[in-house]
Design a protein. Structure first.
Length: 206
């Protein structure tokens, strides 16, 4: 199917813009990864990464932690980016070229992604990564400060419950032992009455 030069130029332009949109979507995924400990920009976050959370005094940035979750999020984010890019190119070709695939739409989208990634993408991450770490620090600090009294109260309740359960079990064991001793004495007395045991044996065993 023939396509007019104007329509071809529009399709290439929209592919390029779409590629930049995919780059922005990829940056959103990278910002999510920052919350899980991934690091992209080395500038301006060294001090933030070393901040200690109140009360627990743990650093907000823990390298090597939650690797499984982070790996899963990275895989899912990359998969979604590829899926969005593929669906977008298909929709562009369907809308502007009656579904017939044009290879330049792929290269246009790829060029848009690369240009965004190496220009605006770097600027976005340079600003958003420290901001994401700061937001993470503030959120964690909020929940730690306001949740600490409830945590301590819960620990006290759990401790007291464990103590009550222990005392209850201890009392049951003593009661069971006492009942066992009583039953044993009754049994020995019955055996003595029937002549199976002498009174001396009964007293000695008691």
């Amino acid at each position: 199917m023939e396509i007019s030069p104007i329509r071809m130029a529009l399709l290439l332009f929209y592919s390029f813009v779409f590629g930049m949109g995919v780059g922005a979507f990829y940056d959103a995924n990278r910002i999510i990864r920052v919350f899980l400990g991934e690091r992209y920009s080395r500038l301006g976050i060294g001090g933030l990464a070393d901040w200690r959370l109140p009360i627990c005094h743990k650093p907000i940035y823990l390298d090597g932690k939650k690797k499984t979750v982070r790996t899963a999020v990275i895989f899912l984010g990359d998969f979604l980016c590829v899926l969005v890019a593929a669906l977008g190119i298909i929709i562009l070709n369907y809308s502007y070229n009656s579904g017939e695939f044009r290879i330049f739409t792929f290269f246009g989208a790829f060029a848009g992604f690369l240009i965004y990634y190496h220009t605006l993408g770097r600027l976005v991450m340079l600003v958003s990564e420290p901001l994401a770490i700061l937001i993470k620090y503030l959120l964690f600090s909020f929940f730690i400060i306001f949740g600490y009294p409830f945590l301590k109260f819960g620990q006290i309740i759990v401790k007291n419950i464990k103590k009550v359960v222990f005392l209850y079990r201890f009392a049951l064991e003593k009661r069971h032992k006492k009942l066992y001793n009583v039953k044993e004495e009754v049994c020995l007395l019955e055996m003595a009455k029937k002549g199976f045991l002498s009174i001396g044996d009964n007293i000695q065993q008691g």
